[in-house]
Write a protein that binds this ligand. Sequence first.
Ligand code: UN1
Length: 504
Amino acid sequence: MGKLDFLAELGIETENDGGYAKEWCGSGSLLESFAPADESVIASVRQCDAGDYENIMANAAKAFACWRLEPAPARGEVVRQLGNEFRKHKVALGKLIAWEMGKIQAEGEGEVQEMIDIADFAVGLSRQLYGKTMHSERPGHRMYEQWHPLGTVGVITAFNFPGAVWAWNAMIAAVCGDVMVWKPSSKTPLTAVAIQKIVNNVLEPLEWNGVMSLLVGSSRDVGELLIHDRRVPLVSATGSCHMGRKVGEAVAKRLGRSLLELGGNNGIIAMDDADPEMVLRGVLFGAVGTTGQRCTSTRRLFLHRDIASDITGRLVKAYGQVKIGNPLDPDTLMGPMVDGGAVDTYSAALETIKKQGGEVLYGGNVLDQTGHYVEPTIVKAKPSMEIVGDETFAPILYLFEFDSLEDAIAMHNSVDQGLSSSIFTRNMQSVERFLSAAGSDCGIANVNIGTSGAEIGGAFGGEKDTGGGREAGSDSWKAYMRRQTNTLNWSDELPLAQGIQFGD
Ligand code: UN1
């Protein structure tokens, strides 16, 4: 059992030689959590049913009544303690993420670092929730705007970042004075349980239970309740475009707000003056990292015709050296896919790719061993291939050639998604054109770095079918608050705006 020692550090009791069964917040059915590396059951988590949902919502509303009046810097102090707890458990939680989701441990720990970083960011933010003051057109009047908490925020997260995306939402929403109810992916319930335990260790002694709650359950059972619930003014959802469309429609129907961070189809443009080694490293991390299961994963590579064969050769060689295996083994560069369904999607995509005229230059096979392992894959593609427009959540990279930057940008922007993009070049004109209003149409546009691995300090999200929401840094916090404009008359008169005389 030794290899799963990190579970004990996270307060997860194991029985039956590693099997775990414990009542969690719910009284519903049991959900099994599998390790994609060897297909073993790590845990059985008892899920929430409709009755549990009501209790969680009631507790959240009760907590909100007080939390909203706690001074923002005092809320920041609670978040500071959460950040410190994440620091303490960085390695153990990073290992659990790796074991349950399949990303390598270095990336699992990197994910916990994102949780720590956003907590630090939110602590600072708790003293900077600024509103503007305006000059009134009327004498003896003052105008200003202030930002108030929204209420209960529903946070729906995907399996691929089972901790960080929750933290982006939760840390910011907490300093904003909101309370949140988190519905994690049913593929990674144990990571969610472990995080909630860490949260409870901080919140319970402070009697702030109810500020952050966990709602493990299926979309059908509890997800539906959350998105249709008028007590939830904001639903922040991360996942596929399909899921986001459903959430967006349900929330819009009741005139609620949604913050959507959905699929990407991220491209890198490599110009003829790009540093080939940098292109190689950027593409490798972007396309192979997290087994191609980031929303920011590099899916399309546009190569200037003059460098296409050189870069392709280097890439094929580098792909051949990628060590695939157990995500907790320090030598592994690419772990398994999250589950059997993901492997099926990969295989089906390869069938379609071949039918549509794609040429597999490297990979394309499922590994014949226990665990959900596939080969990272490079495909020489044609712009006419329909499948290129889909976000296939797998390590499949499409290569295209181009002659001019204009053509590359047009091809790049021709897909429905608009999350992340990048250009590799040393030419300032190419850089500026790519970043101009006629350049990349994505929410994230990088220069000489890949499409994935964004820092939390910037606003994270994208355009078009990616959903338009922005999470994490910059002024994303405004999505978690309501703006109130105040006009205050300190004179003895009651003049009307626009100079209107009414009944004088
Ligand atoms: C995601 O895949 O949903 O920029 C989030 C990145 C990470 C976050 C990805 N910081 O790749």
